[in-house]
Design a protein around this ligand. Structure first.
Ligand code: PMP
Length: 426
């Protein structure tokens, strides 16, 4: 055990998991590569959990951060903050939500907490509909709407949560149905559920489940849900913490794959927008955002340095069409990994969209989760010079691939080749 690992274990909580038998210390990065303290270089296919969105050490972001830090680091929302107003204006327009207001937080958890606060206050109900296999953060309220046992350390909750079918396409009671029939069955289940309860405040859902293993529902599922929700006056919260900013390639937001009845009532974001600076936030139409009748503040939310980073990062993303890059390179990578998967008895499914690709592993010849193989493949990939993530229900049986959105063809090929080797070793 390295000295730092020992010190980490002695002073940090046991439930704060690190990857690898011998966790690595990442000391610097550039583009899609990072280096550890021993000088080893890795191709980064996880971006610190989908957070290094454009590239490591992107000069535009570094410059914006250092210039802003040289002027003022913090002032609070008690005073006007130009970078915060500018980023809010841009996100309001991009969100597609009419008459949008934006509130900045410091994390995805706090963003979702705020969305729950807004929805429950607006609807005067503490009942929430959430998806099975979901993840929305670590606060007391967020774990109360997390349908993944592995990430829900308490059954206590300030909310009453009902879990809906549909987030997981290829497992569960409706897996055998066609896409259209799958949607019909999930809608019927939702209608039935609502018949047994009353006055739910909102449905919260990740358009593609992140921690849950990059599970992709059929396009249109949430549009079909929306019709039912509208009839009951129930709000739709789209948790775009992982799916936002073009990562899915085909769309700028994950909800756009379900746009039948327009945008969600509330959208939450975090992770990638700050490229590692702590930026999260909520977008809602003014009527919903303004429903609170007491003060509410996030001292660090919208702090000038993080907002400057967000603005520079977003500008780079849009000017370089990284959504288009995610679609193109993600498409190539998905195709390549499907070919690799077809050769491996460990691989049950390769799925995803854009640069958000999941490889689900099973015990060969069965449909059983294989967390041991996932751990072994992660380890072998690292030895080969590739960092990837893992996820999936409580039994962690999915490899998660989510590189920075500027990934190029050569890097995609290199990463796929290392993963192919790692799957053989795993
Ligand atoms: N929502 C989703 C979909 C997430 O993936 C995460 C983080 N993995 C969160 C919310 C919570 O974000 P944070 O860790 O920044 O609080």
């Amino acid at each position: 055990m390295t000295d730092l690992h020992g010190r980490h274990r002695a002073v940090l909580p046991d439930w704060l998991a690190s990857y690898y038998r011998q966790p690595i210390e990442i000391t610097h990065g550039e583009g899609r590569y990072v280096w550890d303290a021993d000088g080893n270089r890795y191709l980064d296919f996880f971006g610190g959990i989908l957070t290094t969105m454009t590239a490591h050490a992107l000069p535009e972001v570094t410059k914006a951060v250092s210039e802003q830090a040289g002027r003022i680091v913090h002032s609070s929302t008690l005073y006007l903050n130009r970078p915060m107003v500018e980023l809010a204006e841009r996100i309001a327009t991009l969100s597609g939500i009419p008459d949008a207001r934006v509130f900045f937080t410091t994390s995805g958890t706090e963003a979702n907490d705020t969305a729950l606060l807004l929805a429950t206050a607006h609807r005067r109900s503490n009942q929430i509909l959430a998806m099975r296999n979901s993840y929305h953060g670590r606060s007391f309220a967020a774990v109360g709407i997390t349908g993944n046992r592995g990430w829900s350390p308490t059954g206590l909750s300030p909310l009453r949560t009902l879990y809906v079918h549909g987030g997981v396409r290829s497992r569960g009671p409706y897996a055998h149905l066609s896409d259209a029939r799958f949607i019909e069955a999930c809608v019927a289940d939702l209608e039935d559920l609502l018949g047994h309860t009353r006055d739910a405040a909102a449905l919260i859902a990740e358009p593609i489940q992140g921690v849950g293993g990059f599970t992709v529902p059929p396009d249109g599922l949430y549009a079909a849900f929306r019709e039912v929700l509208d009839r009951h006056g129930i709000l739709w919260i789209s948790d775009e913490v992982q799916t936002g900013w073009g990562r899915t390639g085909d769309h700028f937001w994950g909800w756009q794959a379900h746009a039948g009845n327009g945008p969600p009532d509330i959208l939450t974001f975090a992770k990638g927008i700050g490229n590692g600076m702590s930026v999260g936030g909520v977008v809602a139409r003014a009527e919903v955002m303004n429903c609170l009748d007491a003060n509410s503040i996030s001292t660090f939310g919208g702090s000038p340095v993080t907002m400057a980073a967000g603005l520079a990062n977003l500008t780079y993303l849009l000017e370089h069409d990284l959504q288009g890059n995610a679609r193109r390179i993600g498409g190539l990578l998905l195709e390549r990994l499907r070919a690799v998967g077809a050769q491996s008895p460990l691989v049950r499914e390769v799925r995803g969209r854009g640069l958000m690709i999941g490889v689900e592993l099973v015990k060969p010849g069965t449909d059983e989760a294989n967390p041991e193989a996932v751990a072994a493949v992660l380890e072998a990939a690292r030895e080969g010079g590739l960092l990837i993530g893992k996820g999936g229900g409580h039994d962690t049986s999915v490899l998660r691939i989510a590189p920075p959105l500027s990934l190029n063809v050569t890097e995609a090929e290199t990463g796929a080749a290392i993963l192919e080797q790692a799957l053989r070793a795993g």
